[in-house]
Design a protein around this ligand. Sequence first.
Ligand SMILES: C[S@@+](CC[C@H](N)C(=O)[O-])C[C@H]1O[C@@H](n2cnc3c(N)ncnc32)[C@H](O)[C@@H]1O
Length: 472
Amino acid sequence: MEPLLRWAAELGVSDSPLPSSPSAAAAPSSSSPSSCIGRSLVVADFPDAGGRGLAAARDLRRGELVLRVPRAALFTSDRVMTDDLRIAACIGVHRPHLTSVQILIVCLLAEVGKGRNSIWYPYLSQLPSYYTILATFNDFEVEALQVDDAIWVAQKANSSIKSDWEDATPLMKELEFKPKLLMFKSWLWAFATVSSRTLHIAWDEAGCLCPVGDLFNYAAPDDTSFEEEDIAEVERLTDGGYEDSNAYCLYARKKYKKGDQVLLGYGTYTNLELLEHYGFLLNDNPNEKTFIQLDVDICSIGTWPIDSLFIHPNGHPSFALLCALRLWSTPTHRRKAVSHQIYSGSMLSTENEMEIMKWLISKCKRTLQQLPTTVEYDESLLLFLHKIQNSTNCRTDLKQSGFDQDFAVFLRFHRLELDCSDNSILPLHILRSLERWELAVQWRCNYKKTLKKCISYSESLAHDLLLQLNQQ
Ligand SMILES: C[S@@+](CC[C@H](N)C(=O)[O-])C[C@H]1O[C@@H](n2cnc3c(N)ncnc32)[C@H](O)[C@@H]1O
């Protein structure tokens, strides 16, 4: 990490507030030219929240500038092409048939191919060696998602990246990439790097790679994290962006105590989207949306977009889903008469609301029954998967777990014998597959928990409605 921080300092990356800021004068001069950070941020490990990340080196105020990355340090395709005219010439010929993301990936792989001769080497050598985005899931791991929609998203992600790779291969051959860099595996690695680490810039849809700035881990944007009393007009409400000062500027979105992890809000993603683009998910994601299979007549009944028809993490149906169900459960000849009431979000009648709750209960129960495993099973499997990844004696741990059958299927998929030798540590590719399997189980388990919450919520509401009916 030190070579990266030194290299970044030479390029002007800095976590020091601008000299005009009063706190700059007051802050101790702890950073040295050998590192671009140390005054506001330090690199730290957060095993339960993203692994390597950035911690506050001192108490940070909300809205404070915490990192400036000048344009000279941003990895963009135009920068690579300005520095390497051969790459620029080849890309120029193929550009009309390629997207900006494909071009950035080719530029990234071209620089990786230069090894130590690349001016980006200190940065490239600190990039993760593997990723867990959905497109990297093998068939076993995709199957473990269990829910058709999620399986479809994973398969589509993989096939679309494969097709991008095929389209860009003639260009990479023209650039005389080494055989290893021409492989789909390398393309997938570069795609995942771009997907999970780029920041938005106005002049390139693919975004930019931002050395050191891409060490911030993610927290779901959640308005409740804002402390009203801290809001001053001059303070920033965004995480950051490319500014007139020709630098990417990143700000603290809230107050941090020294040692806290400083987090960025990458956007409002559901867990499936987080998994698809970033390769992780949050058990407590305020932006999670749980979709259930809805008949066409429900989906098309009103003007609500299909992606607004979902269940919230607390089990409540979304406003649009509730409205759509109210309309759908109204006899056709009465729909026009009640549409004003429906669109304003009002309940139509106790009977109508009861019917909807009963429908939700039965729909969620049927969905859960059709899935091959229960929440309880998934929870124990998660404990086992966690344990086995850290195991120094997998045979014993396996025997005690009760998951030997599942593990046998997993190993058979990888063409490995079940008979792990005594105190063997599992091979690296198996450990990585276990990590992705765990993510798939975590995703489906959260999905099922939300359906169970929806059942409880609907049952309790139906119970209250029944009491109201009886009192009438
Ligand atoms: C921009 S990088 C952040 C730095 C990264 N941890 C590293 O070591 O380079 C984004 C990646 O960090 C990980 N990550 C970020 N936030 C996370 C979180 N809250 N939980 C788990 N992983 C997270 C994911 O792998 C994600 O794709």
